[in-house]
Design a protein around this ligand. Structure first.
Ligand SMILES: [Zn+2]
Ligand SMILES: [Zn+2]
Length: 226
């Protein structure tokens, strides 16, 4: 991909980011897009790729981690039309290949390595998606008007993604400005939490504002659902 093509692709990828930020989404946009990338991949596999030999081989090889097993259950619950045949075929394949048992039994592997939780197929999808989303977000932060959209939005990056974006922007002229915006957002969250806690005093007669009542989940929210 040459520079021009890369430039256009990045700009196209910015569109959903700004649509999300302008929709009053109040969580971490990168967590949201990472989550959506994996959720859509799970849906698409269960919908049309259960019998794809390449995907089946990769699922057999990598299995599922707990986090993504829970997400598979969530997708199946959200989309009952998918039925349970696809996931049953995939799980039977996984159990019959017994990759996990072979790993445990393999004498060359130490105890520490066996205890180490591995990356599943969807962890890898999420890692790749994260790289793309970090690159798009960091790029938008170099543009003053786009930075202002982020600043005025309800979106607030989680600590993990704040650090990742800061790493990309380190040494550029916008590094300090990005951190200032993000710190201010986190300070506002902290203030809302403080006043939510203070209003639990039995002498308080004031109702909670919606910002105070929802502050606890803003830092982790990765879906549009409440
Ligand atoms: Zn995040
Ligand atoms: Zn995983």
């Amino acid at each position: 991909m040459n520079f021009m093509e890369k430039d256009v692709k990045l700009k196209i990828e910015e569109i959903p980011l700004f649509e999300l930020m302008e929709s009053n989404f109040s969580g971490c946009p990168i967590c949201y897009f990472n989550f959506e990338s994996v959720r859509k991949t799970i849906f698409s596999i269960l919908y049309e790729s259960v019998n794809d030999p390449e995907i089946r081989a990769r699922l057999r090889e990598d299995g599922f981690c707990h986090k993504h097993a829970r997400l598979i259950f969530q997708v199946l619950e959200e989309s009952p039309d998918l039925g349970l045949l696809g996931i049953s075929i995939i799980l039977k394949d996984l159990l019959d290949s017994a990759t996990e048992l072979n790993t445990i039994k393999r004498p060359s592997r130490g105890k520490k390595e066996r205890e180490h939780s591995h990356e599943c197929y969807f962890c890898k999808i999420e890692k790749d998606a994260n790289k793309r989303h970090i690159s798009v977000f960091a790029r938008t932060m170099t543009d003053h008007s786009k930075r202002t959209i982020f600043e005025r939005s309800e979106s607030v990056l989680c600590f993990y993604h704040t650090a990742e974006i800061a790493n990309v922007l380190s040494g550029t002229p916008v590094f300090e400005e990005f951190l200032r915006i993000q710190e201010e957002k986190l300070r506002m969250l902290s203030l809302h939490l403080e006043s939510f806690i203070a209003k639990h005093d039995y002498r308080n007669t004031l109702p909670f504002t919606s910002d105070e009542a929802s502050a606890w989940k803003k830092h982790w929210r990765s879906s549009r659902k409440e």
